[in-house]
Write a protein that binds this ligand. Structure first.
Ligand SMILES: Cc1cc2nc3c(=O)[nH]c(=O)nc-3n(C[C@H](O)[C@H](O)[C@H](O)COP(=O)(O)OP(=O)(O)OC[C@H]3O[C@@H](n4cnc5c(N)ncnc54)[C@H](O)[C@@H]3O)c2cc1C
Length: 429
């Protein structure tokens, strides 16, 4: 292809890449997006719950046209022991505009998003794997895909959590296992009316249900179930360094989760439609790499811009925010015809002044706290279950007052450790 046929090449057609290509194309920047999967979303995995606020600013009212699944109106969080569950259940009316969220299936959603980028004028090619970047005198100026060399003024790296390209060119360092999690996910078919009955939902309402404790064999991680229109998304996630200490591999964890008495009835008579596995960056703000340099920017999961706050996982909405900040910097660069490290550094400045950065700052110490507090995933779910078991047990012996039940169990678990962990946990949130 001709040198400089494109202003910008976007590598990876996930949420970050498609959003960035869409915004660049809208601004008249000549953009080529390359996606290795045969169709957009073909290799993408999310739990997945999409918070709409960030994409809504780019495509107002997109939720009315995009192939979304169910609007989340039921939030559940369960602490699991081997055979019991303590569950917080919050049912809210549909949140006011701007703070809604939907379950999504990436195999449906990503092609729609890519089509929006194409409609805006981006050229999007699927089935093209970028093998390496072209670098001349320290400036990234194109990509190699098979025998093809394609040149551009700048490259957007949106290759997701598995940063093979960026690592190959020393743009990011290889992540430490403790800063990454791995997730496995199944999509299971179930008729929509059965979903509504089973999860006590009205038509189109949805449940986001997260699980901690036994879901990830007592290790840092958890399980999830999301209701889609006529499928369920179910999976487990475990921190990579914690997984190496676990007495189960991830496949066994998933099977164990599916067999848990709180989960088994939810997936009765379902059939497996899809199975996938994927990395999740969980290191937070301390692991964000240099986000740009001469001729390139890194966005989305590839830049580690993802937060697992325990009660919610946020990667997709943050991918959109980073794509927007990067697009702003690239549009300015193309107007001044300067794609230097200095002009592309505005991408980070845009990020730092926006809500993404404050989310990352808010959860700055959470990843480390979770790793340093294994009791959160082992001892405390058991403590909660023991307290409730004694509260609800009626067997003819004289009942103990609640304060005594709580005190006895807390003393057994270690009062000072509980206070210390409580303070540390509260500080990290
Ligand atoms: C199990 C699990 C559950 C999750 N749950 C949620 C959730 O509920 N809510 C939420 O917001 N987030 C969730 N996330 C995180 C979310 O999926 C990511 O944050 C989000 O997908 C990041 O988008 P991205 O565009 O940066 O990367 P991706 O979506 O991973 O897209 C990267 C794209 O780049 C392509 N690519 C990679 N290398 C190349 C190459 N060399 N050449 C060409 N193309 C390439 C890939 O095929 C892919 O399409 C979850 C993640 C996992 C794994």
């Amino acid at each position: 292809m001709d040198e400089d046929k494109f202003d910008v090449i976007v590598v990876g057609g996930g949420i970050a890449g498609c959003t960035c290509a869409l915004l660049l194309a809208r601004a008249g920047v000549k953009v080529l997006l390359l996606e290795r999967a045969s169709h957009a979303g073909g290799k993408n995995v999310s739990g997945g719950r999409l918070y709409t606020y960030s994409l809504d600013e780019i495509i107002p009212g997109f939720a009315n046209q995009a192939p979304l699944e169910r609007q989340i109106t039921h939030e559940k969080f369960s602490l699991l022991t081997a055979d019991s569950a303590v569950t917080l259940d919050y049912h809210h009316p549909i949140f006011s505009e701007g703070s809604t969220s939907y379950s999504v299936l990436r195999s449906r959603f990503d092609p729609w998003l890519m089509a929006q980028a194409e409609a805006a004028g981006a050229q999007c090619l699927t089935g093209v794997q970028v093998d390496s970047l072209i670098e001349k005198q320290g400036v990234i100026c194109g990509v190699k895909a098979g025998d093809d060399e394609i040149y551009a003024r700048a490259v957007v790296l949106s290759e997701g959590a598995n940063t093979l390209l960026a690592e190959r060119h020393n743009l990011v360092s290889k992540p430490q296992p403790k800063t990454m999690a791995v997730g496995v996910k199944e999509v299971l078919t179930l008729d929509s009316d059965v979903i509504e009955e089973r999860f006590a939902l009205e038509e189109n309402e949805g449940t986001a249900w997260l699980f901690a404790g036994n879901a990830s064999a007592g290790k840092v991680g958890g399980g999830f179930v999301y209701t889609n229109r006529d499928t369920l998304s179910l999976g487990v996630v475990c921190n990579l360094s914690a997984l190496s200490d676990a007495n189960q591999n991830l496949a066994a964890m998933l099977e164990n989760f599916k067999q848990h008495p709180a989960v088994r009835p939810l997936i009765r008579k379902t059939e497996l439609l899809e199975y996938s596995a994927h990395l999740i960056p969980e290191g937070g703000i301390n692991c964000v790499p240099p986000l740009s340099g001469a001729g390139y920017v890194i966005i989305g999961d590839a830049a580690g811009l993802c937060v697992n706050a325990g009660h919610t996982v946020r990667g997709m909405d943050l991918a959109v925010l980073s794509a927007k900040a990067a697009a702003q910097a690239l549009i300015d660069a193309s107007q001044t015809n300067s794609f230097t490290a200095q002009s592309l550094a505005h991408y980070r400045a845009h990020l730092e002044s926006g809500s993404l950065w404050s989310v990352l700052q808010q959860y700055r110490s959470l990843p480390e706290t979770l790793l340093q507090t294994p009791a959160l995933f082992e001892r405390y779910p058991q403590l909660a279950a023991d307290i409730l078991q004694q509260l609800y047990r009626v067997n003819g012996t004289s009942a103990k007052p609640l304060r005594k039940i709580i005190w006895n169990n807390v003393r057994r678990a270690g009062l000072f450790k509980l206070i210390k962990d409580g303070i540390r946990g509260a500080r990290s949130l």
